[in-house]
Design a binder for this molecule. Sequence first.
Ligand code: PLP
Length: 397
Amino acid sequence: MLLPQDALKYGKEENLIRAIAAYAGARAAEIGAENVFNFSIGNPNVPAPAIVTDTLREILDTVPPAVLHAYTAAPGLYDVRKAIAENLNGKFGTAYGAEDLYITAGSSAALAMAMKGLLLPGDEVIVFAPYYPEYTVYAECFGGVPVILKCREPDFQIDIARLEAAVTERTKIVIVNSPSNPAGSIFSAETIAAMAELLRRKQAECGHPIYILADEPYRELVYDAETVVPFVPNFYDNTILCYSFSKCLSLPGERMGYFLVPPRVTDSRDVYAALCGAGRILGYINNPSLFQYMLPACLDATADLSVYRRNRELLLTNLTAFGYEMVKPEGAFYLFLKSPEPDAAAFCERAKRFEVILVPGDCFGYPGYARLSYCVATETVERALPALKALAESYQG
Ligand code: PLP
């Protein structure tokens, strides 16, 4: 049968993370959900903040249905985009406007549109490992060539020397995800500044823009008062922001996010138009209106992060005591554990014997580690501790 090979490949290929989550679901049906410690996916367990539900109710009661359920403009409601832009301006001292933003179905759609809108065949897309696996899917399917660079251990910052060696004439995009999935690391201001300086030099040498795609679904998910997430567009002009409300507002099913092409991007109006055109080609237009109307009232809200803070504390203290090694998690809601044996898939298989469900780092381009997603009820973490201890002990003599 004549079908596009990329579509067929990605349609048939098993999504391992989903398969592991499905296993956890099946196991819960067999032995009871309370007996399975499902740390597999980043589906927030903490409910959306009350302001989300309250605002939705008010909208349903006050906006006439023919208005509420009408098509919005392709990039989203003007006033909603303006509110988001002004909120960013207040936080980061920028001067964005509604015309720089496009409301998308989560960060996924924003990333896909950015890659469809920017890439020419053979353009290289630099991705720092460990990485969110869909990056390479979008890059490949829109004609790009993913170039994977390992982060520096043990702090999981960008290795600037490695980046210097990897940038070529064909480099078009560098994807930066901070706080990161799966490592939970945050790229420091020093790291971002060094990367920006390097990319400015490389742009001048090769005579064309190199864009940073700053993928930021976890921007607000930080737990220590002193932790700062550097705002990448303030370090590097050719930065396009891909943002999501999935994690900060616990709304992954509602598919809300945006991309932002700041005015300082080279030929920003053309770049914005190319990304809009990508949306038209892909059918990513007129995101659902009800949740657009909701956004302006909720831009400063987050789900109750104290649950994740407590989970992180509990896990860090106890897993360290049990003998696990891990990346110091600064943000997001993931722990990236060093596998006690070289094969992380074997470690995750063994964990299943203790009803602990983890995802091997191989899924994120980083063998030898496993991801533990702690966006679960604190009770689940507490009850999983003996199992995690027994799992560690099973490797100790
Ligand atoms: N980027 C990263 C790093 C993620 O972890 C995720 C989801 O887990 C996404 C993008 C996509 O999220 P969404 O499409 O729900 O915004």
